[in-house]
Design a protein around this ligand. Structure first.
Ligand SMILES: [Zn+2]
Length: 232
C-alpha cells in the first residue's frame, strides 16, 4: 500500500513538471512544415547515455528527442548557436531543461530540436553526438543547422540581467544557467575545434527576426565570461 502511494506521489510530481514550454514565438516554422496533431502530455524520463563506439555524451543526462524533430544526418559543426526557450519570466526558479525537452518533443509533433537544454536541473543532451560530428538539429534554419551545435537555455529576457530590471530570483537563475552553458561551450569548442568568433546568439542569424538570448547579455556577460575561462 505504501509503495502504491509512493508511486502515485512520484507520478503526480512528474506530471506537474511536464508542462510544455513556450518557444521562440513562431520560430521560422514555415521552413519545417509539420502536421499539427494533438499530443499526449509527455513525461520526461532520463535514459542511460549510450557511450561506446565514437558516440559522446556531454552533460548531466541524455534523452534523444523524437525522430520527427531532427534531420537524421551527421554534420560537422563549426558554429555554436545560443538560444533561450522563452519559459515564463514569472517563475525563473522553474527554468528546467526537462521543460525544454518536453516543449520541443511536444511542439508540432516534435518538429524542432536543439542538441542541448540547460536549466536549473542541469545540462540535458537531446541529440546523438559523435567525436567527429553531430546529428543535424532543426533549430535556427537549415543553412545554419547544417553546420552548428545549438543550445537552448531555459527562460527569457536575459538582457534584464544587465539593465537592472531582473528580480533577484531571475539573476540567480541566469547566473546558474550561464555558468553551466559556458562550461559546456568550452568543451564543445575543444571537441569540435570551434573558434570563439563562431559562438553566436540566435539574434545574429540574418533574417531570423529573433532577439534570443539577448544581445547585451551575450556580448557583455556571456562572451566575456567565456573568454575569461578560455584564458585560464
Ligand atoms: Zn532561438
Amino acid at each position: 500500500m505504501f509503495l502504491v502511494a509512493l508511486l502515485v506521489f512520484v507520478m503526480f510530481g512528474l506530471l506537474n513538471n511536464s508542462a510544455a514550454a513556450q518557444f521562440d514565438n513562431g520560430e521560422q516554422a514555415q521552413i519545417y512544415p509539420v502536421v499539427r496533431t494533438p499530443y499526449p502530455e509527455l513525461i520526461y524520463t532520463p535514459e542511460a547515455c549510450q557511450e561506446g563506439s565514437d558516440k559522446i555524451c556531454f552533460g548531466d543526462y541524455y534523452k534523444v528527442l523524437p525522430k520527427t524533430s531532427y534531420v537524421n544526418k551527421v554534420i560537422v559543426p563549426d558554429t555554436i548557436v545560443i538560444h533561450t526557450d522563452d519559459q515564463s519570466g514569472k517563475t525563473p526558479e522553474k527554468w528546467f531543461s526537462t521543460t525544454t525537452w518536453n516543449g520541443l518533443a511536444g511542439r508540432d509533433s516534435g518538429g524542432r530540436s536543439v542538441h542541448f537544454g540547460v536549466g536549473l536541473d542541469g545540462i540535458g543532451q537531446f541529440l546523438t553526438m559523435y567525436e567527429g560530428g553531430v546529428i543535424q538539429c532543426r533549430g535556427a534554419g537549415r543553412n545554419l543547422d547544417s553546420h552548428s551545435v545549438q543550445i537552448e537555455m531555459g527562460g527569457r529576457s536575459y538582457n534584464t540581467m544587465l539593465n537592472g530590471k531582473a528580480s533577484p530570483a531571475m539573476v540567480r537563475s541566469i547566473e546558474i544557467i550561464t555558468a553551466q552553458t559556458v562550461d559546456l561551450v568550452l568543451v564543445l569548442m575543444e571537441t569540435y575545434d570551434i573558434p570563439i568568433e563562431n559562438v553566436i546568439g540566435h539574434y545574429e542569424v540574418e533574417g531570423s527576426g529573433k532577439t534570443d538570448p539577448g544581445d547585451i547579455y551575450l556580448e557583455q556577460y556571456f562572451l566575456p565570461l567565456l573568454k575569461k575561462k578560455l584564458g585560464n
